[in-house]
Design a protein around this ligand. Structure first.
Ligand code: ADP
Length: 246
Protein backbone atom coordinates (compact mmCIF):
# COMPACT_ATOMS: atom_id res chain seq x y z
CA UNK A 1 0.00 0.00 0.00
CA UNK A 2 1.31 3.48 -0.81
CA UNK A 3 1.54 6.13 1.86
CA UNK A 4 -1.00 8.91 1.77
CA UNK A 5 1.58 11.51 2.79
CA UNK A 6 5.36 11.37 3.02
CA UNK A 7 7.15 14.42 4.38
CA UNK A 8 10.94 14.29 4.44
CA UNK A 9 13.26 16.71 6.21
CA UNK A 10 10.98 19.68 5.73
CA UNK A 11 12.03 23.08 7.05
CA UNK A 12 10.14 26.33 6.59
CA UNK A 13 10.36 29.93 7.86
CA UNK A 14 7.93 32.76 7.23
CA UNK A 15 10.71 35.25 7.93
CA UNK A 16 13.59 34.84 10.32
CA UNK A 17 11.94 32.54 12.84
CA UNK A 18 11.60 28.91 11.74
CA UNK A 19 8.04 27.54 11.79
CA UNK A 20 9.17 23.98 10.96
CA UNK A 21 12.62 22.51 11.44
CA UNK A 22 13.63 19.26 9.76
CA UNK A 23 10.27 17.53 10.07
CA UNK A 24 9.87 14.03 8.64
CA UNK A 25 6.50 12.32 8.90
CA UNK A 26 4.79 9.54 7.01
CA UNK A 27 1.04 8.97 7.07
CA UNK A 28 -0.12 5.58 5.86
CA UNK A 29 -3.38 5.24 3.94
CA UNK A 30 -6.23 4.63 6.35
CA UNK A 31 -4.49 6.22 9.31
CA UNK A 32 -6.11 8.74 11.66
CA UNK A 33 -3.34 11.13 12.63
CA UNK A 34 -3.80 13.66 15.41
CA UNK A 35 -1.50 16.66 15.12
CA UNK A 36 -0.88 18.39 18.43
CA UNK A 37 1.35 21.12 19.80
CA UNK A 38 0.95 24.48 21.54
CA UNK A 39 -0.27 27.65 19.81
CA UNK A 40 2.16 28.77 17.14
CA UNK A 41 3.97 25.42 17.06
CA UNK A 42 3.65 25.00 13.29
CA UNK A 43 0.62 22.68 13.02
CA UNK A 44 -1.26 24.75 10.43
CA UNK A 45 1.99 25.35 8.57
CA UNK A 46 2.67 21.62 8.44
CA UNK A 47 -0.84 21.00 7.10
CA UNK A 48 -0.31 23.75 4.51
CA UNK A 49 2.96 22.13 3.40
CA UNK A 50 1.17 18.80 3.16
CA UNK A 51 -1.54 20.31 0.95
CA UNK A 52 0.89 22.18 -1.28
CA UNK A 53 -0.31 25.60 -0.09
CA UNK A 54 3.12 26.42 1.30
CA UNK A 55 6.33 25.39 -0.41
CA UNK A 56 8.98 24.23 2.07
CA UNK A 57 12.40 25.92 2.09
CA UNK A 58 13.98 22.50 2.36
CA UNK A 59 12.80 18.92 2.12
CA UNK A 60 10.20 17.10 0.06
CA UNK A 61 6.55 16.10 0.15
CA UNK A 62 4.83 13.20 -1.61
CA UNK A 63 1.09 12.60 -1.83
CA UNK A 64 -0.09 9.07 -2.64
CA UNK A 65 3.39 8.20 -3.90
CA UNK A 66 3.65 11.22 -6.20
CA UNK A 67 5.94 14.24 -5.63
CA UNK A 68 3.67 17.12 -4.68
CA UNK A 69 5.01 19.22 -7.56
CA UNK A 70 3.47 16.79 -10.08
CA UNK A 71 0.46 15.66 -8.01
CA UNK A 72 -2.69 16.41 -9.99
CA UNK A 73 -5.42 14.59 -8.08
CA UNK A 74 -6.37 17.51 -5.87
CA UNK A 75 -9.89 16.12 -5.54
CA UNK A 76 -8.47 13.22 -3.49
CA UNK A 77 -7.77 15.65 -0.67
CA UNK A 78 -10.45 17.44 1.29
CA UNK A 79 -9.36 20.40 3.38
CA UNK A 80 -11.48 21.98 6.08
CA UNK A 81 -9.61 25.05 7.25
CA UNK A 82 -10.11 26.85 10.51
CA UNK A 83 -11.33 29.95 8.69
CA UNK A 84 -13.90 28.20 6.57
CA UNK A 85 -15.64 26.70 9.57
CA UNK A 86 -15.34 29.60 11.99
CA UNK A 87 -16.56 32.29 9.67
CA UNK A 88 -18.58 30.43 7.09
CA UNK A 89 -18.22 32.22 3.83
CA UNK A 90 -18.78 35.74 2.62
CA UNK A 91 -20.51 34.36 -0.45
CA UNK A 92 -24.22 33.69 0.02
CA UNK A 93 -24.02 30.12 -1.27
CA UNK A 94 -26.33 27.28 -0.28
CA UNK A 95 -25.22 24.00 1.26
CA UNK A 96 -26.02 22.17 -1.96
CA UNK A 97 -23.94 24.62 -4.01
CA UNK A 98 -20.97 24.13 -1.69
CA UNK A 99 -21.24 20.36 -1.95
CA UNK A 100 -21.57 20.64 -5.74
CA UNK A 101 -18.16 22.36 -5.78
CA UNK A 102 -16.75 18.98 -4.81
CA UNK A 103 -17.74 17.73 -8.27
CA UNK A 104 -16.03 20.53 -10.23
CA UNK A 105 -12.68 18.69 -10.50
CA UNK A 106 -14.57 15.80 -12.10
CA UNK A 107 -16.46 17.77 -14.75
CA UNK A 108 -13.87 20.36 -15.76
CA UNK A 109 -15.69 23.34 -17.19
CA UNK A 110 -18.73 21.24 -18.06
CA UNK A 111 -22.11 21.12 -16.35
CA UNK A 112 -22.85 18.67 -13.59
CA UNK A 113 -24.18 15.39 -14.94
CA UNK A 114 -26.82 13.12 -13.43
CA UNK A 115 -24.10 11.06 -11.73
CA UNK A 116 -22.63 14.23 -10.21
CA UNK A 117 -25.99 15.22 -8.74
CA UNK A 118 -26.29 11.71 -7.35
CA UNK A 119 -22.86 12.02 -5.74
CA UNK A 120 -23.92 15.35 -4.19
CA UNK A 121 -27.15 13.84 -2.83
CA UNK A 122 -25.26 10.85 -1.44
CA UNK A 123 -22.64 13.04 0.24
CA UNK A 124 -25.27 15.24 1.90
CA UNK A 125 -27.17 12.16 3.08
CA UNK A 126 -23.94 10.60 4.39
CA UNK A 127 -23.38 13.49 6.80
CA UNK A 128 -27.08 14.01 7.48
CA UNK A 129 -27.57 17.48 6.01
CA UNK A 130 -30.07 16.68 3.25
CA UNK A 131 -32.69 18.85 4.95
CA UNK A 132 -30.27 21.81 4.93
CA UNK A 133 -29.61 21.65 1.16
CA UNK A 134 -31.26 25.01 0.37
CA UNK A 135 -30.01 26.88 3.41
CA UNK A 136 -27.34 29.55 2.98
CA UNK A 137 -24.06 28.54 4.54
CA UNK A 138 -23.80 31.69 6.63
CA UNK A 139 -27.11 30.90 8.36
CA UNK A 140 -25.86 27.58 9.74
CA UNK A 141 -24.37 26.67 13.10
CA UNK A 142 -20.66 25.83 13.21
CA UNK A 143 -21.43 22.12 13.45
CA UNK A 144 -23.75 22.18 10.43
CA UNK A 145 -21.17 24.10 8.44
CA UNK A 146 -18.59 21.45 9.31
CA UNK A 147 -20.82 18.83 7.81
CA UNK A 148 -21.29 20.82 4.62
CA UNK A 149 -17.52 21.03 4.11
CA UNK A 150 -17.08 17.34 4.86
CA UNK A 151 -19.86 16.58 2.35
CA UNK A 152 -18.04 18.66 -0.27
CA UNK A 153 -14.92 16.52 0.32
CA UNK A 154 -16.95 13.30 0.10
CA UNK A 155 -18.60 14.48 -3.13
CA UNK A 156 -15.14 14.99 -4.61
CA UNK A 157 -14.19 11.39 -3.67
CA UNK A 158 -11.52 12.53 -1.22
CA UNK A 159 -9.31 9.79 0.23
CA UNK A 160 -7.66 12.14 2.68
CA UNK A 161 -9.38 14.64 4.94
CA UNK A 162 -7.26 17.39 6.51
CA UNK A 163 -9.05 19.24 9.30
CA UNK A 164 -7.71 22.27 11.15
CA UNK A 165 -9.41 22.60 14.55
CA UNK A 166 -12.77 21.70 13.05
CA UNK A 167 -14.77 21.98 16.25
CA UNK A 168 -13.81 25.49 17.33
CA UNK A 169 -17.09 27.22 18.19
CA UNK A 170 -19.10 23.99 17.98
CA UNK A 171 -21.17 22.91 20.99
CA UNK A 172 -20.22 19.74 22.90
CA UNK A 173 -23.02 17.56 21.53
CA UNK A 174 -22.34 18.52 17.91
CA UNK A 175 -18.67 17.97 18.54
CA UNK A 176 -19.23 14.41 19.74
CA UNK A 177 -21.43 13.70 16.72
CA UNK A 178 -18.82 15.21 14.45
CA UNK A 179 -16.06 13.01 15.87
CA UNK A 180 -18.38 10.02 15.60
CA UNK A 181 -18.71 10.82 11.90
CA UNK A 182 -14.92 11.10 11.52
CA UNK A 183 -14.51 7.69 13.15
CA UNK A 184 -17.00 6.19 10.70
CA UNK A 185 -15.33 7.77 7.67
CA UNK A 186 -11.95 6.57 8.92
CA UNK A 187 -13.27 3.01 9.37
CA UNK A 188 -14.47 3.18 5.76
CA UNK A 189 -10.86 3.78 4.71
CA UNK A 190 -10.56 7.57 4.54
CA UNK A 191 -7.24 8.85 5.88
CA UNK A 192 -7.67 11.64 8.43
CA UNK A 193 -5.26 14.32 9.61
CA UNK A 194 -6.71 16.34 12.45
CA UNK A 195 -5.43 19.39 14.31
CA UNK A 196 -7.29 19.61 17.61
CA UNK A 197 -6.29 21.53 20.71
CA UNK A 198 -8.04 19.15 23.11
CA UNK A 199 -5.37 16.51 23.57
CA UNK A 200 -7.75 14.07 25.25
CA UNK A 201 -10.02 14.04 22.20
CA UNK A 202 -7.08 13.37 19.91
CA UNK A 203 -5.52 10.59 21.92
CA UNK A 204 -8.95 8.92 22.28
CA UNK A 205 -9.74 9.02 18.58
CA UNK A 206 -6.51 8.99 16.58
CA UNK A 207 -4.51 5.89 15.66
CA UNK A 208 -1.30 7.95 15.50
CA UNK A 209 -0.13 11.09 17.23
CA UNK A 210 2.35 13.64 15.93
CA UNK A 211 3.43 16.13 18.58
CA UNK A 212 5.43 19.10 17.46
CA UNK A 213 6.78 22.47 18.39
CA UNK A 214 8.69 23.60 15.31
CA UNK A 215 10.48 20.25 15.55
CA UNK A 216 8.65 16.95 15.66
CA UNK A 217 8.93 15.60 19.21
CA UNK A 218 6.97 12.41 18.84
CA UNK A 219 5.28 10.32 16.18
CA UNK A 220 3.65 7.06 17.18
CA UNK A 221 0.52 5.47 18.59
CA UNK A 222 -1.32 7.15 21.50
CA UNK A 223 0.12 4.68 24.00
CA UNK A 224 3.73 5.41 23.12
CA UNK A 225 2.87 9.12 23.14
CA UNK A 226 1.55 8.90 26.71
CA UNK A 227 4.67 7.01 27.76
CA UNK A 228 6.97 9.59 26.21
CA UNK A 229 7.90 13.02 27.55
CA UNK A 230 6.88 14.68 24.25
CA UNK A 231 3.97 16.56 25.79
CA UNK A 232 6.14 18.26 28.42
CA UNK A 233 8.87 18.93 25.89
CA UNK A 234 6.55 20.43 23.29
CA UNK A 235 4.38 22.44 25.67
CA UNK A 236 7.06 23.35 28.21
CA UNK A 237 6.57 23.60 31.94
CA UNK A 238 4.16 26.55 31.58
CA UNK A 239 1.93 24.11 29.67
CA UNK A 240 -1.30 25.62 28.41
CA UNK A 241 -2.36 22.03 27.93
CA UNK A 242 -6.06 21.51 27.47
CA UNK A 243 -7.16 18.57 29.56
CA UNK A 244 -9.72 15.92 28.85
CA UNK A 245 -13.34 16.92 29.30
CA UNK A 246 -16.05 14.33 29.67
P1 ADP B 1 -0.19 26.53 14.93
O1 ADP B 1 -1.09 26.07 13.84
O2 ADP B 1 0.48 25.40 15.65
O3 ADP B 1 -0.85 27.48 15.89
P2 ADP B 1 1.15 28.03 12.83
O4 ADP B 1 1.60 27.04 11.83
O5 ADP B 1 -0.10 28.79 12.52
O6 ADP B 1 1.03 27.32 14.27
O7 ADP B 1 2.30 29.10 13.08
C1 ADP B 1 3.66 28.73 13.32
C2 ADP B 1 4.49 29.98 13.48
O8 ADP B 1 4.54 30.70 12.27
C3 ADP B 1 3.95 30.95 14.52
O9 ADP B 1 5.03 31.55 15.18
C4 ADP B 1 3.19 31.94 13.67
O10 ADP B 1 3.16 33.19 14.32
C5 ADP B 1 4.01 31.99 12.41
N1 ADP B 1 3.17 32.28 11.23
C6 ADP B 1 2.10 31.57 10.82
N2 ADP B 1 1.58 32.06 9.69
C7 ADP B 1 2.34 33.13 9.36
C8 ADP B 1 2.34 34.07 8.29
N3 ADP B 1 1.42 34.01 7.32
N4 ADP B 1 3.29 35.04 8.30
C9 ADP B 1 4.22 35.10 9.27
N5 ADP B 1 4.30 34.24 10.30
C10 ADP B 1 3.38 33.27 10.35
Amino acid sequence: MTDAVRIENVSFSYGEAPALRDVSLTIAEGEFLGLIGPNGSGKTTLLSVMLGLVEPDEGSVELFGEPIESFEDGHRIGYVSQKSTEKGTAMPVTVEEVVEMGRYPHVGSGRLREEDHQAVEAAMARVDITDLADRKLNTLSGGQRQRAFIARALASDADLLALDEPTVGVDAESRDRFYGLLDELNSEGITIVLIEHDIGVVTDRASRIACLNTELYHHGDPESFHESDALERAYGSTGQVVGHHH
